[in-house]
Ligand binder design. Structure first.
Ligand SMILES: C=CC(=O)SCCNC(=O)CCNC(=O)[C@H](O)C(C)(C)COP(=O)(O)OP(=O)(O)OC[C@H]1O[C@@H](n2cnc3c(N)ncnc32)[C@H](O)[C@@H]1OP(=O)(O)O
Ligand SMILES: NC(=O)C1=CN([C@@H]2O[C@H](COP(=O)(O)OP(=O)(O)OC[C@H]3O[C@@H](n4cnc5c(N)ncnc54)[C@H](O)[C@@H]3O)[C@@H](O)[C@H]2O)C=CC1
Length: 333
């Protein structure tokens, strides 16, 4: 084991957050049952918020962000894990109040660990990461609420982003008719290649909007976008259909009438990947490794960067310019 390791550190000076890849001592790591040699992390919207001085994610500085990691157990006080085990962590307090995955080593509670699912490498597990897990959890919840491929088209909002692109690939794999909504005309071909039958603009979703009831178009909706887009789709969900809402890239405020809820029996499902209970978490990872596995499409939506390249990707993400998933190869210098 080396004396020090490399980590992407955020520091706050006044109203400014500064960042640097630094060599840090092991004494800087928080208490944890399991020490992990981190091989890969991934970049999520929440990391972009953590990078902002007023993002309301990071509680204290200096801080190592990164809400995802995969790696190899170095040592463990938790009897469920031992040196050499391949594991991943997404969510909980990782990269929020507990040092995260943009670091060559991490020390975490054993309760946060998920054994690397069958058929996944440490790298492909991070191509899924929090965003892909959220896509899968959204589909899992929509199906528990009655969605099946025979019900009709499923709309994916924010389809070129992390949650959206993985949702398109997973739904296509499951045999759904997928309609992808994106603001990026440059990404239409990519979305068709990963399984969208139709690609529509952001504006087309907003234009469908009616204050009360609109045309019944969607059997289900995967919504990592929120705001006006969510307001617009609610009136266009088919009788008995559901919307799985996970995100806020278009805003946090939603306006709706009760009509689609009380006249069409639609449901709005809240999706939280962070504290998703372990039993459901493992079930969803089993599905990601099974019937939802987007393996044929994963490479075409995944970009790999080094720790030093994080600032550029985090800026792109906050400017709405990020495409698909970005994996961070943490251990490569
Ligand atoms: C991967 C996941 C995601 O990407 S989720 C999307 C990214 N997350 C966010 O954008 C959240 C950023 N946080 C905020 O904007 C704010 O913290 C807030 C709006 C969620 C709440 O801020 P506010 O100042 O209004 O209230 P408090 O900080 O006093 O909290 C009120 C109450 O809520 C609890 N709480 C705060 N943050 C969270 C959270 N992330 N998840 C669940 N609950 C949260 C907080 O503990 C307070 O409850 P209490 O019972 O009083 O402790
Ligand atoms: N609830 C949960 O557990 C989770 C929530 N999220 C949330 O989901 C959202 C998406 O996350 P990622 O896919 O990782 O981010 P991303 O940045 O990769 O994708 C965001 C998508 O939203 C689109 N977008 C931006 N502004 C928009 C607007 N005004 N109208 C419509 N679309 C717009 C972008 O073009 C992009 O396609 C974020 O808000 C994130 O915080 C993500 C993972 C877990």
């Amino acid at each position: 084991m080396p004396d020090r390791f490399r980590a992407f550190i955020l520091r706050k000076q006044g109203e400014t957050v500064t960042y640097e890849v630094e060599q840090v001592p092991f004494s800087m790591l928080p208490e944890g049952d399991v020490l992990i040699d981190v091989e890969y992390s991934s970049v999520n919207y929440k990391d972009g918020l953590a990078f902002q001085p007023h993002g309301k994610i990071v509680k204290s500085y200096p801080f190592i962000p990164g809400i995802d990691l995969s790696g190899i157990v170095v040592r463990s006080k938790d009897p469920r894990y031992r040196a050499g085990d391949r594991v991943l962590v997404t969510g909980y307090e990782l990269g929020v109040s507990h040092f995260g995955g943009f670091s060559e080593y991490a020390s975490v509670p054993g309760d946060w660990l998920v054994p690397l699912p069958q058929g996944f490498s440490l790298k492909s597990a991070m191509a899924i990461g929090t965003a892909g897990f959220t896509a899968a959890l959204s589909i899992h919840r929509l199906e528990a609420s009655g969605l099946s491929p025979s019900n009709g088209p499923v709309l994916v909002l924010g389809a070129s982003g992390g949650v959206g692109s993985v949702a398109v690939a997973m739904l296509a794999k499951r045999g759904y008719e997928v309609v992808a909504s994106t603001g990026k005309t440059s990404e239409h071909d990519l979305l068709h290649r990963i399984g969208a039958g139709e690609v529509i603009s952001r504006e087309a979703v907003l234009e469908d909007s009616k204050p009360g009831l609109g045309k019944q178009r969607w059997a289900g909706v995967v919504d990592p976008v929120g705001g006006r887009s969510l307001s617009a789709v609610l009136s266009c969900v088919q009788y008995g259909g559901s919307v799985a809402t996970s995100g806020l890239t278009a805003g946090t405020e939603v306006s709706a009438t009760v009509y689609p809820f009380i006249l069409r029996g639609i449901s709005l499902l809240g999706i939280d990947s962070v504290y998703c209970p372990m039993e459901q978490r493992l079930q969803v990872w089993d599905r990601i490794a099974g019937d939802l596995n987007p393996e044929e499409s994963l490479d075409s939506i995944t970009n790999v960067i080094r720790l030093e390249e994080l600032p550029e990707t985090l800026h792109q993400l906050m400017e709405g310019k990020h495409i698909g998933r970005t994996v961070v190869a943490v251990s490569s210098q």
